[in-house]
Design a protein around this ligand. Sequence first.
Ligand code: SF4
Ligand code: SF4
Length: 293
Amino acid sequence: MILSIASGKGGTGKTTLAVSLALALDNTVLLDCDIEEPNVHLFVQPEIRNEQRVEVPAPRFIKERCTGCGKCVEFCQFNALALIKDEVLIFRHLCHNCGGCTIVCPENALPAEMVEIGRLYKARGLGGIDVIWGAILPHQVRGTKLISEVKKNANPSAITIIDCPPGTAHPMVKAVDGSDFCLLVTEPTLFGLNDLKLSVETLRLLDIPCGIVVNRSNLGNIELIEDYARKENIPILMKIPYSREFAEAYSRGTITLAQDSQWVAQARQMLQTITELRSHPQRTQQTQQTKRT
Ligand code: SF4
Ligand code: SF4
């Protein structure tokens, strides 16, 4: 099963949940697709076993060969090229590395060369879990290839837990796509509710079933989330109250949820509920809530 963990914004406790579930459940693989700020590995004492460069083909302009015909600019759908005074400018942040300009240039003035966009790390962490993450280079903006490389390590015979980038933009969509189920982590505030709605809309477009985990559930107004969940028939699968002790441990680089036997039992129950929801997608939220311990 591929179980992704997402949230409409950063700082909701998405990584905490991903790491805690990976440690609490049996037979898990933990993938960190939050390539701009990968941090799950910081909490699992990883022993890095493999580090790989991840590269994409990118056009390089050779002025001496260019005749100024403009075919490359005309071809590029992403407006990543401009022809100015017989010179082609490449706007790297707009380039999608499709390779088209390399092909259409009749003078071979835009040959492709491999450019590193980031690194892929494979490690063994606490409890013997496999932890894989990607880290994009600071000046690179197109990281979907790196996310794909991380996701190639999903294990069909295990529970693959994916920590997704925050938000609902392309990196989140890339990370969550193909998941069997998505847990949306939110907080009981108006901001939390607003971001939750955006995430739900995105998942519905992708046809991915989801459930809600409310973090810091004892702060703010839980009814905001409960009312929305009821109206949209989305199960609230877990509520995690704020704990000062937990927050202090987190700031020291330790996640203690998975050491709490009650929470571990709750996590296992949640996995059971998710399995049932996947088998019976029409089941109502009320039914699921009745089954929760
Ligand atoms: S590789 Fe594709 S996206 Fe990039 S500049 Fe060339 S045509 Fe445009
Ligand atoms: S297609 Fe090639 S020759 Fe024509 S403008 Fe572009 S780089 Fe120059």
